[in-house]
Design a protein. Sequence first.
Length: 315
Amino acid sequence: MSSLEAIGILSIGEMGLGIAQLLIAHNYRVLTYASDRSEATQKRAWSAGIELRPSMQDLVDQSDVLLSIVPPRDARLTAERVIAASSARPAVRDTPLWYVDLNAVSPQTAREIETLFTAAGSHLRFIDGGIVGGPPRELPADESRDQPAWHCPSLLVSGPEKLPDDVLAQTLNIKHLADRIGVATGLKMCFASLTKGFFSLAIQSFTTAHALGVLPDLRALMEEYNPQALKMAERGVVGMPSKAYRWVGEMKEIGDTFREDGGFDSDLFYAVAQVYQSVADDPVLGLEKPGDRKRGQTVEDVVECLNKSLKVKTE
């Protein structure tokens, strides 16, 4: 039986919802605070059986562990809100609150947030983390299994603190990499640069080929010379519209990582951020939401939308 039974999640986006469903399936109590989020987010949480707490203070008081899964731009503010709530009534707790920051931020950002938690007191324990892979999903039933099985992303974590519960760590597929803050976020940044960085190249290449009237020819060449890259590019271009707004900040965090920890210039991934900003600003693609996709579900539709909106910008 897990000793950490009440898991708070901020917030219930596509990934947060998947992790919540995984935890609920394993009999955990899952909570969130969503009064400041959209009606769709609140409905999504309620429909999944997640407890909607009336305030951030109540969420902090009720949770054994808090998982922070927010857009990179909100990582520090979310941490500050949790620290403020926990510090307002530290006597309420007789055990520490474990805060697992799973946001796509640079190691430097993770180190800065960890400093805030250390200064707040021992009633808070900070774990640096990152997520690699898609949201958890239940696998089809199989007569050879007694229990439902799940496909889970890798939750990479690092730092001197570890969750004192192996059952929860195993359920969440947590992999502790090192005792230094920043290692997990750094690995996440390096991995994302090779996936989302590649997708940004595909977006530009496919859109430009469409404008030149040679998109079918480009895809035929890739099919002949690099079919695996073609499949990855097509999957990334079609999958990214509803996530582009989140990836803007993530690309900047990658640029910061490569500058601060790698010694490179950050301009490359700041430019990649602009590619995703163009998608987020698109009057059609920018309206797409995870789980409610209407447009951009084919490569042709993505590049057609982008070509039109980019032409308007340059006219």
